[in-house]
Design a protein around this ligand. Structure first.
Ligand code: SAM
Length: 261
């Protein structure tokens, strides 16, 4: 059991405004550790950092060895007088968590205008790419093309908000990606929020990494066919969700990790 990283996921990380919840954080952990176990190297990258919740998770898991690239417009909260803007809040969160941001590995700007080499020049080919930037179809099309072109052979792409009714064009973008590249890429895992894909040669390896992961045993594993591939859908059982929410709302966040053992 990864007790210190689990404590970080269920407690420290939840203090950062943002969108990755413990179930997906445990998937990130399980996949990154499976890659390390197989000797798979490469950079880590995220498009759509916001205030850094999933970025700091990547930093925490990657430790001193992995380079993590952060890509975002960083143009939010600009006009609130006396308040730090988005970028400053991101940097401050790093200080708060004791995980400094490597500012040489931050790209401030529109991801749809980036060239693949701007990414690989900074961190080499990518072993884990989180896509959570612009949520319209043209963003997803462009960001997924960029990820494909910079991904290591054994690389994984995590698409956020794939089934969120608030962002229907993400759903279309991810389906387009899987249909257009059906001979090379396939999905191997789905959660309520994210879809995880890899090159077909690595599908069975990552499928097993999910089904066998000790940190994911608390979830129901449902085999689901998705555009021609066998996918593990991780379902967060209602009973566990209720106990977890109750603990968080009654000030027992520090112990909430036990619900998902
Ligand atoms: C939903 S938030 C990301 C949440 C984050 N991954 C987390 O863990 O909390 C979306 C982010 O995408 C960024 N974004 C939107 N359009 C973008 C673009 N075209 N290029 C780069 N970043 C973009 C926004 O600035 C915002 O910070």
């Amino acid at each position: 059991m990864n007790s210190s990283i689990r404590k970080f996921i269920f407690d420290d990380l939840q203090q950062i405004d943002g969108y990755i919840d413990p179930p997906d954080a445990l998937v990130f952990l399980s996949l990154l550790q499976a890659q390390t176990g197989h000797g798979f190297t490469g950079g880590l990258a995220e498009i759509g950092v916001f205030y850094g919740r999933s970025y700091f998770l990547l930093k925490k898991i990657g430790g001193d060895t992995d380079r993590v690239l952060a890509i975002d417009l960083f143009d939010m909260d600009q006009n609130i007088e006396g308040e730090p803007g988005q970028y400053q809040r991101f940097i401050d969160n790093g200080v708060r968590l004791g995980l400094g941001v490597d500012e040489d590995l931050v790209i401030k700007g529109d991801s749809t205008r980036l060239r693949p080499q701007e990414i690989t020049d900074k961190v080499g080919r990518i072993r884990f790419f989180s896509i959570d930037g612009g949520h319209m179809l043209h963003h997803v099309a462009s960001d997924s093309a960029l990820a494909t072109e910079t991904l290591a052979d054994h690389g994984i792409i995590a698409f956020d908000d794939t089934f969120n009714p608030a962002w229907p064009e993400v759903t279309v973008g991810v389906a387009d990606f899987l249909r257009e590249r059906k001979d090379t890429f396939s999905a191997f895992c789905m959660t309520k929020y994210k879809t995880y894909v890899c090159r077909r040669e690595f599908h069975d390896l990552y499928y097993r990494a999910i089904t066998d992961a000790p940190d994911l045993m608390a979830f129901d594993h449902v085999e689901t066919e998705f555009l021609g591939s066998r996918t593990v859908r991780l379902h967060n059982p209602m009973g566990k969700r209720m106990v977890y929410e109750l603990m968080v709302h009654t000030g027992m966040r520090g112990l909430s990790e036990r619900v998902y053992r």
